[in-house]
Design a protein around this ligand. Structure first.
Ligand code: SAM
Length: 297
């Protein structure tokens, strides 16, 4: 039996439009639960985030307060579905195509060019890239475009996979659809839009030849075992994701990325993120506009 079947309708406790407040104890309880489930750490100063973002869930579930919501998440038979919803609500999914152009230039002209030469020298054509925390897909599609730009007609002869993962099922569904507004493309060169997108009304649909390079799927970066199952990568992109973790979780996730990388492989993180006090395993390579973190061969 569902735990909260006897809870009266919302009008009895939280009149429509009135906001349910989170107490300090409820906040601590929920913050710890969210951290345990996802590695996302919500500091005290961002208590309002929990309050604002979860009010709708409380209303939709006909619950009275945040304490009841916590018990729903812990014990209700529907708790797995609610956890999926919670992940959708608490994650920040901001992204865009061609995000951080100086970093992408280093990626295209230095990192990828050298990796391709190395793979060719080994008489192979296999390349694996991991976009961890891919949000609605703009990052892995950007990488797929760059691969087309670099390999040109030769790309069909390569065995390429971009593994693109996220915690939120909702963003993954949008990523698989591959339909975007012009706002998502605001920093993308016009010539690239013309070559890789088809206009559909006011929107832009990504070309099928990009979709075939990418495999979208769910992941929880706080789950070490899940990360162990990801195929080993030549290059990892994890940009603007670890910023939401505390240092302990950052260390754990970065260590898993290190283990996942093939010898000589490298990792790129967001421009406001750093491995200072997190990991000394990588050899940093300093370029104008970005640092490339290299696993020694
Ligand atoms: C701000 S977006 C960054 C998207 C893209 N990497 C970029 O830089 O444009 C952060 C993404 O990380 C995802 N994320 C947060 N915690 C996660 C976790 N524990 N496991 C997997 N993905 C997570 C969020 O769902 C969100 O889509």
């Amino acid at each position: 039996m569902a735990l909260f079947q006897s809870v009266p309708p919302p009008s009895a406790q939280s009149p429509l439009g009135s906001k349910v407040k989170v107490t300090n104890d409820e906040f601590t309880q929920l913050r710890d639960f969210i951290y345990q489930q996802s590695g996302i750490f919500i500091a005290e100063a961002r208590k309002y985030l929990i309050e604002n973002r979860l009010n709708n869930r409380i209303r939709e579930l006909n619950l009275k307060n945040f304490g009841e919501y916590y018990y729903y998440l812990r014990f209700d038979p529907n708790r797995r579905n609610e956890l999926t919803k919670l992940f959708e609500v608490i994650t920040t999914n901001e992204t865009s195509f061609w995000r951080n152009p100086p970093q992408l230039e280093v990626f295209q002209n230095k990192v990828l060019a050298a990796e391709i030469d190395k793979i060719r020298a080994n008489r192979s054509k296999k390349l694996r890239i991991w976009s961890a925390g891919c949000s609605t897909g703009e990052e892995p599609y950007t990488l797929a475009i760059i691969l087309h730009e670099v390999l040109k007609n030769e790309i069909g002869a390569w065995d390429i996979r971009i593994t693109a993962n996220d915690l939120s099922e909702a963003v993954l569904a949008a990523a698989r659809r591959g339909m975007y507004t012009d706002y998502a493309l605001r920093t993308t060169p016009k010539a690239i839009i013309d070559r890789y997108f088809v206009k559909d009304g006011a929107n832009y649909q990504v070309a099928p030849k990009l979709k075939t390079l990418i495999s979208f799927g769910p992941i929880n970066l706080s789950d070490r075992l899940m990360l162990k199952r990801v195929e080993r990568s030549n290059i990892i992109f994890c940009r603007n994701v670890i910023i939401y973790f505390d240092d302990e979780m950052k260390r754990q996730v970065i260590e898993s990325f290190y283990d996942n990388l093939l010898p000589g492989g490298c990792m790129l993180i967001g421009h406001s993120e750093s491995l200072h006090n997190i990991s000394r395993a990588f050899k940093p390579e300093y370029h104008t506009g970005t640092i490339v973190y290299r696993k020694e061969a």
